[in-house]
Design a protein around this ligand. Sequence first.
Ligand SMILES: Cc1ncc(C[n+]2csc(CCOP(=O)(O)OP(=O)(O)O)c2C)c(N)n1
Ligand SMILES: [Mg+2]
Length: 383
Amino acid sequence: MASVKDGRTGRQTDHAGDGHAATIPVQGPAQVGTGPRAAHIQQETNQGTYESPHIMSTPLTTQQAVDLYTTMRKIRRFEETVKAHIGKEIVGPAHLYIGEEAVATGVCSNLTHHDYVTSTHRGHGHTLAKGARVDRSLAELYGRTTGYCKGKGGSMHLADFSVGMLGANGVVGGGFNIATGAALAIKQRHGSDVAVCFFGDGASSRGTFHEAVNLAASWKLPVIYVCENNAWASTTRFDDIKNVDYLSERAQGYGIPGVTVDGNDVESVRDASAKLIDRARRGDGPSILECKTYRRDGHFITDPQKYRSQEEVEEWKLYNDPIDRFRRKILLEGVVTQDDLDAAEERLDQEFAQALEFAVNSPFPKAEDALDDVFSGEVNLYE
Ligand SMILES: Cc1ncc(C[n+]2csc(CCOP(=O)(O)OP(=O)(O)O)c2C)c(N)n1
Ligand SMILES: [Mg+2]
């Protein structure tokens, strides 16, 4: 048994040496509730060292497992493609979602195209998980007219309204009020759709968070606030600025449910979000889901990362990569075969080869079109 030490907490964990870290005590299944301890901790994984068992009881079918695997791999491959082409065909900054794939994938697996999501500055994963196309997303980053925003938005403005993806956002915390507004629109038309607001641990300290959650709670809006707690806000470690153990505990301040899950376990994210989404669809109002995950790469692609040790990153790679973990688990349990996963990779090979060709062969916008779409046409609000 190898023993692994958490660089920060100094805690010692036994490791079975087979790629599976020893389990830590789990504090009961995910529950939804309010009251003095509104935050029910389903599972917690500190990045790098611990891996707790998946304790929920919804077994995946082969197709569901392949779908979840494919979406996570699609996001990872997209990010690797961006990394390979940044500074060449792709100009401008990009923030990668590598390491956090289980969050967008798990949550969006419970949504339809009629549901809305708002995203962050780290938005490629949300866009793809919500069902947007690889080729048009890539074309947007390549600055081409075939991109989702005709090549004028780039990484931080990816959006595809046709699948309910309301947009990435360069303003940290910019999604809170948009998602809340979308949820208000759903309620006003008596729909059963929901809005999901993805946001970071850093964004959770913005005023817009409190304003939006308070209003959504007061008006019982169908919105789920999904915090991607990836341990860092640029160069600031979450542990250095936290005033509660779990961000989901903030839900208590608004009398709504708060749940924390292991955000590196796609099944946990899927199960916990399914419950919160269902209650929102039933008209029971908003909730907060904190997914504890990890940003593997720098805050932006060329970030020198002087603020954290390489050891911390390497530990995460060994034990907590959400894709490796899921692959190991579904193979071990016999939910899928290696052939199933190889076939999924081959389909992605084709999709990415075609997408690259599509992006590189698409035209750039013309200078005279620069002001198109800046101002809307006339809108008749009363129609
Ligand atoms: C209103 C606003 N303040 C500051 C910034 C600069 N900024 C960009 S990303 C970031 C950190 C965000 O951290 P977090 O919300 O945890 O998201 P993560 O980058 O970890 O995904 C900051 C401070 C910004 N873009 N917008
Ligand atoms: Mg963060």
